[in-house]
Design a protein around this ligand. Structure first.
Ligand SMILES: [Zn+2]
Length: 285
């Protein structure tokens, strides 16, 4: 074969291969977990196949009758439920976060100091950006992480112009608890109906029904104190949004439906954000 013919064939192969590679979806890849790839394979995937990644973050802390890992179990499971729709890989999670002192004395609770957590997540995000990710979804399972994580992502956005979204399931789509449980649409408490639902949506065994019934729902938890009152430690590791509301429901089907709806909402919000980020970047060109 002549040299011209060989190079023509090579060009033809490139034309055929390049678009199909860039059109690949994350769901067609061998793995959707970042850490399962060797670095050379990953270099072919990011950013060509996808520049989107999900980072689940949480902590370990007491949650009444719900597993102490609830704040990790929930974002990890939500990530598993949304990656395909979001066309994103999942990064290894950050499972130790900034647990408040009012709850950190209970057995199993672990806390990382706030300033350490901020620098830690900053470093993790920085290397995700260096790897080629531009659109990063942080699914946060624990309220104490919000401020340090937001500071970290704001710093990185300023430095790199990468796009970040952080989402906390308990502050979005209050209507879902009403749709599924007929409960009042409001921000939930802690270790109560909705947090237990998201854990049961993953594994019903991770909510200890025996302990919940043994202690009694009002002894496991109590209604939140007025915003003008602070106690150290907190009065119960389960906080109901208000008196008489937020008790656990052990119906697994409802828990799965609630979890599915929260996951879909998160995926829709991220897809909308990416669309808008890309549209705004398009205006610059
Ligand atoms: Zn929690």
């Amino acid at each position: 074969m002549s040299k011209i013919k060989v190079s023509l064939i090579s060009i033809l192969i490139l034309i055929l291969v390049i678009p199909s590679f860039s059109q690949q979806k994350v769901k067609d890849l061998k793995f959707h977990h970042l850490q399962n790839y060797c670095w050379m394979r990953l270099a072919k995937i990011v950013p060509e196949v996808t520049d989107r990644v999900i980072l689940p973050i949480g902590t370990v802390e007491a949650h009444g009758a719900v597993a102490i890992g609830a704040d990790n179990i929930i974002p990890n499971n939500l990530a598993e439920m949304v990656w395909e729709k979001c066309h994103a890989l999942i990064a290894p999670p950050i499972n130790h976060g900034f647990t408040g002192r009012s709850i950190s004395q209970f057995p199993g609770s672990i806390t990382v100091r706030e300033e350490i957590f901020e620098e830690y997540i900053y470093d993790v995000l920085k290397d995700l950006v260096r790897t080629g990710f531009r659109n990063i979804l942080i699914i946060n399972g624990h309220g104490g992480n919000l401020q340090p994580a937001t500071r970290a992502m704001t710093r990185l956005h300023t430095e790199t112009a990468a796009h970040f979204m952080i989402v906390e399931w308990w502050k979005i789509a209050f209507n879902i608890v009403n749709e599924v449980y007929g409960a009042k649409a409001q921000q939930p408490g802690h270790g109560d109906l909705e947090e237990a639902a998201l854990v049961m949506g993953y594994d019903p065994d991770l909510v200890d029904k025996e302990m919940y019934e043994k202690l009694g729902k009002d002894n496991v938890g109590r209604a939140r104190v007025d915003p003008g009152i602070a106690t150290m430690p907190i009065l119960a590791t389960t906080a109901y949004p208000e008196k008489g509301l937020g008790y656990l429901d052990f119906n697994v089907n409802k828990a799965k439906e609630y979890t599915r709806k929260k996951a879909d909402y998160i995926a829709d919000m991220f897809l909308e954000a990416v669309k808008r980020w890309e549209m705004m970047e398009g205006w610059k060109k």
